[in-house]
Design a protein around this ligand. Structure first.
Ligand code: UT7
Length: 332
């Protein structure tokens, strides 16, 4: 009997910068306070990448090296490297190509994937598809963002939320039914007015005025995004359970994008799982955009067991969102 080849995560790695930006420090930049930030978002601190000339690739490379070192994987065996990011090193020239070469993945081809906070979730679908089809055997998916490079630290609506970081996951074929089981991915262009960087793209190229008017920073209409995020992330998570005949008892972990603790809790409520099954690190890192999901995997790796059922969920700019059901493939 032919068994279907699935795509399993076989190793993870992470990197966060050393510098810790606390709520207290933010109080000195904008009119805010620790109590407001903690109660509205769950965030206590975030990491910031300091240092001239260091971009997203710096963190992506370190996360990949952490994965390679922990797993003893040979970088020359990697077939492709995807860097999921909303903050590439350069507008043109894929960050992933530089990362792949830097880590010694000399036989790989590489490109970036951008879907705002859903970049890593969509990347999981891409990585899995290449493996399920039999086209490639080892796909390294890295989620990395230097959000501090696109945040206005005088805008209290955004500067309290975001942080920098990177996480990596290696996808390989599995013939025991482990790995990615099902996905439900969505997008809706209605969202682009509510969460965006207005200038620097083809619609509004950079000029002295766009810089002066701060149009190269993230703008977010928080309340609107919050409403869409709560209902959509919960909807897709519930849907993926239903169509796989899963109940909350079958789920070991909810791996949800870390944008706001209240959004994560709403999704957990809808799925019906208690807080003991909800991966959470937003208090330490804030919203690291493409890095939240792999950072969770790396932080919780020691608690994960072979066969555990994980529900991934994300929501972000675009809008883009979705849920993925994955069976964990190894004991750390
Ligand atoms: O990852 C991509 C997807 N992004 C998201 O999922 C983010 C979704 N949005 C959110 O998480 C929340 O909307 C925020 C955390 C951004 C804001 O929380 P909120 O509960 O929606 O606050 P709000 O914008 O409705 O503001 C409430 C009040 C306002 O004052 P008034 O008008 O009620 O007097 C704001 O001016 O809080 C004020 N406020 C602040 N106060 C202290 C807004 N930002 C701050 C701040 N510190 N940093």
């Amino acid at each position: 009997m032919m068994t279907k080849t699935t795509a399993a995560i076989t190793a993870v790695g992470k990197y966060v910068p050393e510098y810790i930006l606390t709520n207290k420090e933010l109080e000195s930049y904008v009119e805010t306070n620790d109590e407001w930030i903690t109660s509205r978002t769950g965030i206590k601190e975030r990491r910031i990448l300091k240092g001239e000339g260091l971009g997203t690739s710096y963190m992506a490379i370190k996360a990949a090296e952490d994965l390679l070192q922990k797993s003893n994987a040979n970088p020359e065996d990697i077939d492709m490297v995807i860097v999921a990011t909303a903050t590439p090193d350069l507008p043109v020239a894929a960050t992933a190509a530089y990362v792949a070469t830097s880590i010694g993945a000399t036989n790989a081809f590489a490109y970036d994937l951008q879907a705002a906070c859903s970049s890593f979730l969509y990347g999981m679908s891409t990585a899995a598809s290449y493996i399920e089809s039999g086209r490639y055997k080892r796909v390294l998916l890295i989620g990395a963002d230097k959000m501090s490079s696109i945040i206005d630290y005088t805008d209290r609506a955004t500067c309290i939320i975001f942080g920098d970081g990177a996480g990596a996951a290696l996808f390989e074929p599995n013939n025991d039914g482990l790995g990615l089981q099902d996905e439900y991915l969505r997008s809706d262009g209605i969202g682009r007015d509510f969460l965006r960087i207005e200038a620097g793209g083809s619609m509004m190229p950079t000029t002295a005025d766009t810089v002066k008017n701060k149009k190269h920073f993230v703008y977010q209409e928080g309340k609107t995004v919050f409403k869409y995020a709560v209902s959509n992330m919960a909807d897709v998570s519930a849907k993926i359970l239903t169509r796989n005949n899963l109940t909350e008892k079958d789920i070991q972990w909810l791996v949800a994008h870390q944008a706001n603790k209240r959004i994560i809790e709403a999704t957990a409520n809808r799925v019906g799982v208690g807080s003991d099954k909800v991966m959470m690190n937003i208090h330490k890192y804030g919203n690291t955009t493409s890095a939240t999901l792999p950072l969770l995997l790396a932080d919780y790796e020691n608690q994960l067991k072979k066969g555990d059922n994980l529900i991934f969920a994300a929501f972000g700019g675009g809008f883009t969102w979705g849920a993925i059901y994955l069976k964990w493939a190894y004991n750390a």
